[in-house]
Design a binder for this molecule. Structure first.
Ligand SMILES: Cc1ncc(C[n+]2csc(CCOP(=O)(O)OP(=O)(O)O)c2C)c(N)n1
Ligand code: SF4
Length: 256
């Protein structure tokens, strides 16, 4: 019998510990499928975040190395510079990338490190109980903004992808989601492209995934998907934010 669906080779058989309806599990599977399809399993190194995906090394069957909270892109930088033939990705939540590791992430992007960042934006600190994150949207109720995020008290939601896109070191940035079969297909294409750009030596690529956190949003999984589609994606519009042609990137990389 022809097998049409199975576990990607780059994924271990351990059951996920994520909550039902969490986007982390879908994102993990997509990354593993892409690694298999690109044939880079034996030379990929992943850097998991601090956050709900801290145990990602239990799921990915590739080399993985843990970084301190927010320091994924700094760790990935070191790995890539020492082992330039490896494909290195860091996997980060919004608390990890947009709060605790803002500086490390921003500077790795600005240096144009030839690494890929998978940025899981679920608009809260998932692991530690659903506190307001830099990406929580205005009016969003979290454990630390019980009456809703207020720009005067709390500032505005930070659009990491748009900010990184203006840095000359970045080559490909796309925002996607995992709320429907069609959006999952698009997200996989984006992840594949981001890894391909790294294989081609084009510099820093990032895929932002708007990802449901039904537990901390206090919603059912279908409600969480609807909230992303109807509310969160208005604040964080989906689609390619930057896609620099190879020639353009090569010119920039020559250095002065
Ligand atoms: C330096 C430091 N400060 C705080 C923490 C506690 N901490 C662990 S995970 C986390 C939040 C993670 O949120 P996010 O990155 O959005 O990931 P999610 O859990 O939502 O996937 C925090 C604050 C820590 N581990 N290290
Ligand atoms: S708390 Fe949220 S981000 Fe963490 S596993 Fe559960 S649904 Fe996913």
């Amino acid at each position: 019998m022809k097998k049409v669906f199975g576990r990607p080779k780059s994924m271990k058989s351990n059951p996920f510990h994520y909550c039902a309806g969490c986007g982390h599990s879908i994102a993990h599977r997509l990354i593993a499928e892409v690694i298999d399809e690109l044939g880079i399993r034996d030379r990929t190194i992943g850097v998991p975040p601090a956050g709900c995906a801290v145990l990602a090394y239990n799921y990915f069957d590739v080399d993985m190395i843990e970084a301190q909270h927010g320091r994924g892109p700094a760790t990935a930088t070191g790995l890539k510079r020492v082992l330039p033939d490896r494909i290195v990705f860091s996997y980060q939540g919004d608390g990890d990338l947009a709060a605790i590791g803002t500086a490390e992430s921003f500077h790795a992007a600005n240096r144009g490190e030839n690494i890929t960042v998978i940025f899981i934006n679920n608009a809260v600190y998932g692991m530690t109980g659903g506190q307001m994150a830099p990406t929580s949207i205005l009016g969003q109720k979290t454990t630390t903004s019980p009456v809703g995020r207020n720009n005067i008290l709390d500032g505005y939601p930070i659009k990491i992808s748009e900010i990184f896109a203006i840095l000359p070191g970045t080559t490909y940035i796309e925002r996607c989601t995992v709320t429907s079969p069609a959006s999952i297909v698009k997200t996989k294409k984006a992840i594949r492209k981001a890894f391909q750009y790294q294989i081609d030596g084009q510099g820093f690529s990032l895929v932002e995934i708007l990802s449901p956190c039904p537990t901390n949003w206090k919603m059912s999984p279908p409600e969480a998907c609807r909230w992303i589609e109807q509310t969160m994606s208005k604040e964080f519009p989906l689609g390619a934010i930057k896609d620099l042609p190879a020639e353009e990137m090569k010119k920039q990389q020559k250095g002065k």
